[in-house]
Design a protein around this ligand. Structure first.
Ligand SMILES: *Cc1c(COP(=O)(O)O)cnc(C)c1O
Length: 466
């Protein structure tokens, strides 16, 4: 498989190149040159496979030139071996035609582990073949940083340095990062806010000599391999509920549009998906676009589902590229204009195509609390403030006779305050994290100063290269 940029101006790359590069040179995002097609018989042959094997079979066509099937299978097995549920992605029925699939049984209790665990291992494998190392740097307000640290800890070829705003993440989130004891992990607590951290990371990438010397790399949500790691669970859900002989709908709690884009990829590969509900909180730019072909940026408002508090969904560019007939020049123009004026509309035909598959849904904080409480009363099921938005969407928008599966993206124990507000109780952490509050923390407090932080990164890298 070869990969092209959504902006049409970057050299074509193979999977390994796309994995290591992250963003394309022209500022675009990588997309496969074509979508692998599975026939009804191919889908049927995947029924009943253990999840790691299903995953390897579904995504191998995207990387066949870079990795053998046997190698990929070893990596998917290792990636999901540490999950706390033997089904890896268990499904629960919550009503007639309404299901939820739990994607949060990985080490950090959020769905990002599904892709990140595989990404860390893919990096390590490709780097070993090239006899290279990389340094991953990133800024986090919580979830992504911990998933990246868990995925990279102990990997031979990777150093990882994560900046978080000192005192401004929740205690669970901080401890999930700072209690990982590994030589190649360095947590920096920056005296500043999340924007300061993000600016410092950008400044490191813009410091070309430093970037080259340290071989900086990123594992943020625009990396194509993260989308790949999220395709197989849509396949698993659909097969379990009767695909390819029956259609299926999904409702996906959405922020950067990565998770729902993976569902779109499964659709393009021939999985009979009928409808994809893009579920948002009060930050509903995508729902507004789907309702009225108007994507206007407004300020981010904090909500009870912080991992979905976004202003601009970075992966939407991939769908835009598809909607605009894979015209890179047009996509580049549309994105540049969007960045300049903060508003995007697409041609009526393209918007129409989008709304035939995608539908928006929005739930604000008050309704999130009410819905968590009501679901608990009706079914005994505890959903976190992200997952509940998908579940409410599924309850409201499913059509009788077609199952709709709501993707559950976080464990309720990750958001104890909201859960207490809704149900009166703080959910206990699962067994593998039960001692999180007793574990020793390791991190370095630093000022929001580029030279100091670059010195910390260099020290980590030199220590581990020795
Ligand atoms: C990251 C995240 C989301 C949003 O996923 P995207 O792929 O960014 O759309 C939703 N819920 C939780 C818990 C998350 O961590």
């Amino acid at each position: 498989m070869r990969y092209i940029s959504t902006r049409g101006q970057a050299p074509v790359r193979d999977f390994a190149g796309v994995l290591l590069a992250g963003l394309a040179e022209d500022g675009g995002l990588f997309m496969p040159e074509s979508w692998p097609q599975l026939s009804a018989a191919d889908w049927r042959a995947l029924r009943g496979l253990p999840y790691p094997e299903l995953a390897a079979r579904v995504i191998h066509p995207f990387m066949a030139e870079s990795l053998s099937f046997e190698t990929l299978l070893r990596l998917t097995r290792e990636s999901y071996a540490g999950f706390a549920h033997p089904a890896i992605v268990p499904m629960i029925q919550l009503g007639p035609d309404v299901w939820t699939m739990e994607l949060f049984h990985g080490p950090t209790l959020a769905f990002k582990d599904m892709a990140m665990q595989l990404l860390g291992r893919l990096f390590d494998h490709v780097l070993a073949e090239r006899d290279q190392r990389v340094t991953i740097v990133g800024a986090t307000s919580g979830d992504t940083g911990s998933a990246a640290i868990e995925a990279c800890a102990g990997r031979d070829r990777i150093d990882i340095v994560i900046l978080h705003p000192d005192g401004r993440t929740s205690e669970v989130q901080r401890r999930q990062m700072t209690t990982v004891q590994a030589q190649n992990v360095h947590n920096l607590a920056v005296a500043g806010n999340f924007d300061d951290c993000q600016d410092l990371v950008k400044a490191m990438f813009n410091d070309a000599p430093f970037r080259t010397e340290m071989r900086l790399s990123a594992v943020n949500s625009i990396n194509w391999a993260r989308i790949l790691g999220q395709i197989p669970y849509y396949v698993a859900a659909a097969l379990a509920l009767g695909a390819p002989d029956r259609e299926i709908d999904f409702a996906v709690p959405t922020g950067n549009f990565g998770n729902v884009l993976a569902a779109y990829a499964a659709y393009r590969m021939g999985l009979p998906i009928r409808r994809l509900v893009v579920a948002s909180n009060r930050n509903d730019i995508l729902s507004r676009f789907l309702a009225s072909n108007d994507m206007s940026v407004r300020g981010v408002e904090p909500s009870l589902s912080p991992s979905m508090d976004i202003q601009v969904s970075s992966n939407f560019e991939r769908l835009l590229f598809e909607l605009q007939g894979r015209d890179g020049a047009l996509t580049a123009r549309t994105m540049t204009e969007f960045r300049t004026i903060g508003r995007m509309t697409v041609a009526p035909q393209a918007w129409q195509t989008a709304t035939e598959l995608f539908q928006g849904f929005r739930l604000d904080d008050t309704d999130i609390i009410v819905a968590i409480r009501a679901l608990r009363a009706a079914t005994g099921y505890l959903a976190d403030p992200h997952s509940i938005i998908g579940i409410e969407a599924a309850r409201a928008l499913h059509t009788p006779g077609t199952p709709m599966v709501a993707m559950a993206t976080a464990h309720p124990a990750k958001f104890p305050d909201a859960m207490e507000q809704a149900t009166g109780a703080r959910p206990p952490l699962p067994a593998h994290l039960a001692d999180l509050y007793e574990r020793a923390e390791t991190f370095t407090r630093v000022p929001a100063d580029l030279a100091t932080i670059e010195a910390c990164v260099r020290a980590t890298v030199l220590r581990n290269a020795a």
